[in-house]
Write a protein that binds this ligand. Structure first.
Ligand code: DGI
Ligand code: FE
Ligand code: FE
Length: 195
């Protein structure tokens, strides 16, 4: 699939600001892929498609989760998480995308997971640091992403978990698994300070 084709697929489903976010994620992801040696055309496709299902009606997303090979526990957590897994199913079913890297990057861009590939990490980080983002701590993650992708991912996950806990929200287990996995891999489970 070509970039233009992917854009034509998602554009009707996105509001203008979300479409612009999508293009910024694609640009950011391409920069990271060039820097860290991942396939550029593939990451561009994953980025363009990542928020495809963002504005699907909740009932439609819930039905897709029920009818497909996706974790049913998603339905017990915040519906903001659903659009990644849902999009990963729809891009294959409706648009023939079978590439596992693209599908997994789209699927896990909302929650993360333990053992994220470099390709998945690039999309996750690009979504977090694209130039339109302004949440607290994003500048530190941006800086880190130039040199150390996995430390940047760890910081992004920590920020998200802190943000969610700070507002008494649940945290989906995969987000914790992603955080714990990196904490152990990066520093033997003793925490990472001084960044
Ligand atoms: O779709 P975007 O706005 O570009 O960003 P996203 O796909 O990362 O949105 C997921 C949002 O969902 C995230 O910014 C915070 C919220 N959220 C709610 N519960 C959880 C959660 N995020 C994670 N990672 N884990 C949760 O359990
Ligand atoms: Fe998203
Ligand atoms: Fe996004």
């Amino acid at each position: 699939m070509k970039t233009d084709e992917a854009i034509d697929i998602v554009r009707p489903h996105l509001k203008q600001n979300r479409f612009e976010h999508t293009l910024r994620v694609a640009e950011t992801a391409v920069d990271l892929a060039e820097n860290f040696g991942e396939p550029v055309e593939k990451i561009k496709l994953a980025a363009i498609l990542h928020d495809y299902a963002k504005y699907f009606p909740l009932e439609k997303m819930a039905q897709i989760i029920k009818d497909n090979d996706l974790p049913q526990d998603l339905l017990s957590y915040h519906h903001e998480l659903w659009h990644g897994p849902v999009a990963s199913v729809i891009i294959e079913k409706d648009h023939g995308i079978t590439d596992a890297d693209i599908k997994n990057a789209v699927r896990f861009h909302t929650t993360g997971r333990a053992g994220m590939s470099k390709f998945e990490t690039i999309l996750f980080i690009a979504d977090y640091i694209e130039p339109g983002r302004s949440f607290p701590g994003v500048e530190d993650v941006r800086r880190k992403a130039h040199t150390d992708l996995y430390s940047a991912l760890w910081m992004a996950l920590r920020n998200t978990i802190q943000f969610l806990v700070g507002k008494d929200s649940t945290v989906y287990p995969d987000t914790f698994y992603a955080y714990n996995d990196l904490t152990i891999r990066l520093n033997g489970g003793n925490g990472i300070h001084g960044q």
